[in-house]
Design a protein around this ligand. Sequence first.
Ligand code: FAD
Length: 360
Amino acid sequence: MAAKPITIVGGGLAGLTLGIGLRQRDVPVTVWEAGHYPRHRVCGEFISGRGQETLSRLGLRELLARAGSVNAVTAAFFSSTKSAPPRPLPVQAICLSRFVMDRLLANEFQKLGGELRVGQRWPAMGVRAAACPDRLRPELQPEGVVCATGRRLQTEEGGSRWFGLKAHARNVALAADLEMHVSPRGYVGLCCVEGGAVNVCGLFQRRAGADNTPQTWREWLRGQTGSPLNQRLGAAEFDESSFCAVAGISLRPQRAAVRAECCVGDAITMIPPVTGNGMSMAFESAGMAVEPLAAWSRGETSWTPARQTLARQCDTAFARRLAWAKWLQRMMLAPSLQNVLVQFVAHSEWFWRTAFERTR
Ligand SMILES: Cc1cc2nc3c(=O)[nH]c(=O)nc-3n(C[C@H](O)[C@H](O)[C@H](O)COP(=O)(O)OP(=O)(O)OC[C@H]3O[C@@H](n4cnc5c(N)ncnc54)[C@H](O)[C@@H]3O)c2cc1C
C-alpha cells in the first residue's frame, strides 16, 4: 500500500523538524508556511533542554554547528539594581539566530524531498471552532493534517497584555553567555549568536491604563536608566533590519489531550520564555510525533490513536516543566521578589540547579 501523505500547517521549528523526521522515513509530506524564509522572529535564540537530543537524533545538530551556532556554558542574572556573578549552566545550550535556523531547516526539508508551500496560509487553522462554519472547524480537519501553527493568540491575560520585542546588536560585551535581566516591566535576555551579533530579546507586560512606559522599542529593550541592562547596552548598535515584535501572547498552559487537532510545538502550549525551553519543546514534540505519524502513513494504525498517543506523550513530557515555569515566571515578574531571585541564583547552588532542571 502506498504511504499516506501528511500535511503540516506551519513551517516554524516544530513543523519543519517533524517534516524532516517524516521524510527520513520516506513519508510524503507537504508543509504550508504562511511566511517566507529567511525571516527574523521574536525569540531569545537560546536552545536549552532535551530538544538538543532530538536535533542530534535527526542529524540536525551538526547542521546548526556548521551554520555557526554558539555554545553557551554560563548564565548570569540581573535585576534593575542587583547583579549576580556568572554561573555554569548545568547543561550546555546552543544559540543560533532564527534567521539562519528556520531557513536551514526549510532547505534540509526540501533536500529530503519534502514539498514546501511558502507564502501560503492553510485556511482553517487557528480559527476558533465556534467562530467558523462547520466545514472549516479545526476538529473537522481531515486525517493527516498536523497543526504546527505556533502560539495561540490572546489579547489580554489578567488585565495586562504581553508582547515580545527582539533585535540584534553589535558592540555589546556580555559577562556570561546568557544574561537575563529582570525588571518590573518584564525581562530581557542577551546571548551571542552567529557572526558575533548579540540577540536582545524581551518579554514585556503592559497593564491597562499604565503610563510612564517607554515610547520606542529601543527604550523597552535598553531598560531603565542606571540598570545593569541599560549599562550593558550603552554602546549597542542595533541592526534595524533584525527588529521584530509580537503581541497577543498567551502563557496559560494547555494540555495536548484537550485538542481535537494533532498538534506540535507552541500550537500545543507555550512555555514562559524565561526558561529558554520553547524551541526545545518544539523539537521534542516533533521528534515524538515522527513514529506515530509514520505508522499512520504506513497504514499500521488509524488517525485517532496516533494523535492520542502523541498528545499523551507530550503531556507526560511537558506537564512538570510547565508547572515550574509558571511559578518561576511569576516570581521573576514580582518586583518585590526580583532582588531575592538574583541573590538566590548567586548564592544557592540548589536553587539554581533545581530551577534549571525542573523547567527542562
Ligand atoms: C519573547 C520570546 C522569547 C523567546 N525566547 C526563547 C528562547 O530563548 N529559547 C526558546 O527555546 N524559546 C524561546 N521562545 C519560544 C520559541 O520562540 C517558540 O517556542 C518556538 O518558536 C515554537 O516553534 P513553533 O514551530 O511551534 O512555532 P513558530 O516558530 O511560531 O512557527 C509557527 C509557524 O506557523 C506559521 N503559520 C501559522 N498559521 C499558519 C497557517 N494557517 N498556514 C500556514 N502557516 C501558518 C507561521 O507563519 C510560523 O512560521 C521565545 C518566545 C518569545 C515570545
